[in-house]
Design a binder for this molecule. Structure first.
Ligand code: HEM
Length: 471
């Protein structure tokens, strides 16, 4: 950190194209490039290139990668009112509309105020039985020694849970359309971030991806509108997000319009299941790489849960499971990058760096979590980093899998409960082993997912115990 009385440090970054700025490098190797940014001090400056400078009419336009937790705190918390989210490509704004993820200022505050009580820890705890019930159902389908695509299993599971949270009922046969549309939407979002031409092409232009996305997305919208319509006709009390939205009013005291309700439901559907599914997928992958960590987890589950299903009362005693979950979110944060922020006025960061008005600010949990300055030997899977003592010595805001400040993840307490209970339900019954020969790399799309399906063998723990020689 720099003395505030000194002149601001000169900011630099890895060499980039004069014409296209940092984008070719980011496109070629996003995660590696971000790691290389760590070598340039507390803030890395990345020119946006001549083309964007001309388009934005901003000579010298740059994006600034924050590498120091104190600067992260400043932008996300202390001086958060100086920052807004950058505009998103057309497909992203079509998906999320005016849902809480993308609005600003008063509208955003009003939306958060509506949801906060729903996501309060005590209210969320009521969903424990739903979570363990759905997790148990998935595992009852697993035969001993069967091979499964673990990301697909986890996505199916978290989709069934979020659908219940939103609509109070089972997702039904339409789950397939939803999963496929989300996959296509992710590819399209990546394409639009990677290519200026793609981001300028409207969705009505009939490319193959656009057609597939539009068809699936219209079907999803129809499902949501049907659910809104049916619920309006239904006189019973429900405890789900749809009911919350139907009874809500806007700032002027008017009930929300169907379009507004749709935007919120779509936002929660997308923000609230793929993230958790990927977090769990990476957790199974990491556990399969360390027999000793896996055994310690099994030991804790034997003591706390035994052969029943876990409950909310068990959660405070699942200390090691929580350490495993947190370490997994450090190594593979599903939200690998926060939404780019744009400075509304010039700002002076605690590191001494000066950001001009209009500066794009890039904060990446992936980058912070793998910086050896904050996490020694950062690529090693070591849940001990999250033991009580170790966590206290960590610099605040070096670990931000759920973001921070006024835009911190609304579903954090739900995601944590869901992650821990699924981990406990599955790991107390099964050991998951990676099938040899797969080269698994993280792929940064909307969330951080594995580049290939992860195939794992599921072994029933009771059978392993009765035949220890096969273990
Ligand atoms: C492991 C799982 C999850 C992770 C890692 C995660 C991560 C994040 C992060 C980093 C943000 C802030 C983005 C930014 O500042 O640019 C965010 C926002 C959000 N998340 Fe999550 N999330 C998870 C699960 C969930 C779940 C389960 C829900 C809902 C049920 C949810 C709903 C939201 C919403 C609505 C926002 C927008 C908040 C706002 O802008 O005010 N998330 N999430």
């Amino acid at each position: 950190m720099t003395d505030q009385n000194l002149p601001p440090p000169l900011l630099s970054g890895p060499p980039v194209s004069r014409l296209w700025g940092c984008f070719p490098e980011l496109r070629r190797d996003t995660l590696g490039f971000l790691m290389r940014c760590q070598a340039y001090g507390d803030v890395t400056k990345l020119p946006l290139g001549l083309v964007l400078e001309l388009l934005l009419r901003k000579p010298g336009a740059a994006t600034y990668v924050l590498n120091h937790p104190a600067d992260v705190k400043h932008v996300l918390v202390t001086n958060q009112n100086n920052y807004r989210k950058a505009p998103v490509p057309p497909v992203e704004s079509r998906i999320f509309g005016q849902g809480v993820l993308h609005t600003e200022s008063d509208t955003h505050h009003q939306q958060r105020r509506l949801f906060l009580p729903f996501f309060h820890g005590n209210h969320v705890a009521a969903y424990a039985d739903l979570i363990t019930g759905q997790a148990h159902q998935i595992t009852t389908r697993w035969q001993n020694n069967a091979t499964v695509d673990i990301r697909q299993e986890m996505t199916q599971l978290t989709l069934s849970i979020i659908w219940r949270l939103l609509f109070g009922q089972d997702v039904g046969p339409e789950a397939g359309i939803i999963r496929e549309t989300i996959e296509v939407g992710q590819s399209l979002i990546k394409l639009q971030y990677d290519s200026l031409l793609a981001s300028l092409t409207p969705l009505w232009v009939p490319t193959t991806l656009h057609r597939r996305f539009n068809r699936g997305f219209r079907a999803m919208e129809a499902m949501i509108h049907r659910s809104i319509h049916e619920r309006r006709m239904d006189a019973h009390q429900h405890d789900d997000i749809l009911s919350l939205l139907l009874s809500a009013t806007d700032a002027a005291g008017r009930p929300l319009r169907d379009e507004e309700i749709r935007d919120e439901l779509m936002t929660f559907l997308l923000a609230g299941h793929e993230t958790t599914a990927n977090a769990l997928t990476w957790t199974w992958f990491l556990l399969s790489q360390s027999r000793s960590i896996q055994e310690r987890l099994t030991h804790e589950l034997d003591e706390v849960v035994g052969d029943r299903l876990p409950t909310t009362a068990d959660v405070p005693r699942l200390r090691y499971a929580k350490m495993v979950w947190e370490e997994s979110l450090r190594l593979y944060p599903p939200a690998w990058s926060l939404h780019t922020r744009v400075a509304q006025a010039e700002d002076h960061l605690p590191s001494g760096a000066q950001l001009p008005s209009g500066a794009w600010v890039f904060i990446s949990p992936w980058n912070l979590h793998r910086n050896p300055r904050w996490f020694p030997d950062p690529n090693r899977f070591d849940p001990e980093r999250f033991s009580e003592g170790a966590a206290q010595s960590r610099l605040p805001y070096a670990y931000i899998p759920f973001g921070a400040g006024g835009r911190r993840c609304l579903g954090e307490s739900f995601a944590e409960l869901e992650g821990l209970l699924i981990l406990a339900t599955v790991a107390s019954r099964f050991r998951l082993c990676l099938v040899d020969g797969q080269t698994i790399q993280p792929e940064p799309v909307m969330t951080l997912r594995p580049n290939i399906p992860i195939t794992m063998v599921v072994q029933r723990i009771d059978i392993l115990r009765s035949h220890p020689t096969v273990a």
